[in-house]
Design a protein around this ligand. Structure first.
Ligand SMILES: Cc1cc2nc3c(=O)[nH]c(=O)nc-3n(C[C@H](O)[C@H](O)[C@H](O)COP(=O)(O)OP(=O)(O)OC[C@H]3O[C@@H](n4cnc5c(N)ncnc54)[C@H](O)[C@@H]3O)c2cc1C
Length: 385
């Protein structure tokens, strides 16, 4: 997103990606209202919505005895009152296609950034490796958007504050059938287990949440045990749990949430998960990364164009974004500690009564939807930047 926004402003951008392509599963296939509104500003929303997708209009909290709608996007004042569930690869390809229209944009796949190039205490580029061919690329600014296992964030021994994530997630997918019940998208909780169900066009994407580090134990209990656990939490999936042949159909994702105290050095800026790894709680990591990119583009476009970039510009990007990120990470930690952890240990867990009461009050009930859809302090693309 940042590459595209800078390229539109005539800035020379070289985007480096270590994989051969963008086609990877389970990285969060959610496109939120905030992102669609930003794309609408640059006349790209309709093109993105041409990608086959499902519209997620609400999220429920389902226990064996109760279903509570906890998030309803339908009442949000936006042209996009839903989360568009689409393959992230297709979404990113659309952004890339748009960026490729600009001759000052370049993308290289299969290129791993291995290190930073440094001169007199300032970052001046990166070292790369591609099929054992090493190279150096110089730049006025390196932007590290290399995710929650960021290598570049480790420059200059940063202070990293963990923001609690006492869980991991096993992702699976199973067919979605026309006869499946409505309102099943959301959180299913039963017998000390949690599943997150996301409705894609023709399948269910299922996040099976378990206490951190327990995957080996789950494997040792065997696939049959896993299948019957899944059927216990989401009974209507029991008839197709046998489609999970073995643990190679189950993708373990290590959940990590933290905050790097300083996102910038001379010549280097961290954004997205590299600066603040987001927990999957609420499924908001992607719109937060995109909001970072929008804020960065607003501030960087003029100063890169006039070659007047100073470290203070990078600091102001962090200043503009960090409050929103800290607020969201605090909320995620509360949800993890008071709901996720308790649901994983209490076999009779129900959503607290106070939460259920608040969710029917007219002024309060739309707050969760607003936070998931827009985060906090959502920036707009500056038309003059
Ligand atoms: C289990 C799980 C489920 C989640 N579900 C959701 C969800 O449903 N919705 C949501 O919004 N968020 C979700 N999140 C959070 C979301 O995935 C992240 O917050 C988001 O992807 C961050 O985007 P990013 O661009 O900063 O990093 P990433 O999406 O991780 O992208 C980093 C990119 O950098 C590349 N890269 C890494 N190292 C190098 C290198 N050395 N050289 C070159 N390239 C490199 C990677 O290949 C990758 O393409 C989830 C997270 C987890 C762990």
């Amino acid at each position: 997103m940042l590459s595209l926004l800078l390229a539109r402003r005539g800035i020379h951008v070289h985007l480096l990606e270590m994989h051969q392509d963008l086609d990877r599963d389970f990285r969060g296939d959610t496109v939120h209202a905030s992102t669609l509104e930003a794309l609408e500003q640059i006349e790209l929303a309709d093109k993105v919505l041409e990608i086959p997708h499902a519209k997620m209009r609400s999220l429920s909290f389902v226990t064996p005895s109760q279903t509570t709608q906890v998030v309803q996007f339908g009442r949000l004042k936006t042209r996009f009152p839903y989360v568009a569930m689409m393959p992230q690869a297709a979404f990113l390809e659309t952004l890339l296609d748009e960026a490729r229209r600009y001759p000052n944009f370049q993308v290289s796949f299969n290129v791993t950034v291995t290190d930073l190039l440094e001169k007199k205490g300032k970052v001046v580029g990166v070292r790369t490796n591609s099929n054992d061919r090493k190279a150096e690329i110089t730049a006025d600014l390196v932007v590290a958007c290399d995710g929650r296992f960021s290598r570049l964030r480790n420059y200059n021994e940063p202070t990293v504050t963990p923001t609690s994530a006492p869980m991991d997630v096993a992702w699976i997918r199973l067919p979605r059938m026309a006869s499946d019940p409505e309102n099943e998208t959301g959180f299913h909780v039963a017998d000390g287990k949690i599943c997150v169900l996301l409705a894609r066009e023709n399948e269910w994407q299922i996040g099976y949440v378990f206490p951190k580090g327990n995957f080996r134990e789950m494997r040792s209990e065997g696939i049959e045990h896993f299948r019957s656990g899944l059927g216990q939490i989401v009974p209507f999936l029991a008839d197709r749990a046998s489609l999970l042949r073995d643990f190679s159909d189950i993708h373990m994702l290590n959940v990590r949430a933290d905050f790097v105290e300083t996102w910038h050095q001379q010549g280097l800026l961290l954004l997205g998960d590299a600066a603040h790894a987001m927990s999957p709680v609420g499924g908001v990591g992607i719109n937060f990364a995109i909001a970072d990119a929008i804020e960065a583009a607003n501030i960087l476009s003029p100063v890169l164009a006039s070659a007047t970039l100073e470290r203070s510009h990078l600091a102001s990007i962090q200043r503009k974004r960090e409050k929103a990120v800290r607020k969201m990470q605090k909320l995620q930690a509360v949800a993890q500690n008071h709901i996720v952890s308790k649901a994983l240990t209490n076999h009779e867990f129900q959503l607290p009564l106070i939460a259920r009461l608040l969710l029917v009050l007219p002024f309060i009930r739309d707050i969760p939807a607003k936070i998931v859809a827009f985060g906090f302090d959502q920036p707009a693309i500056d038309p003059d930047s």
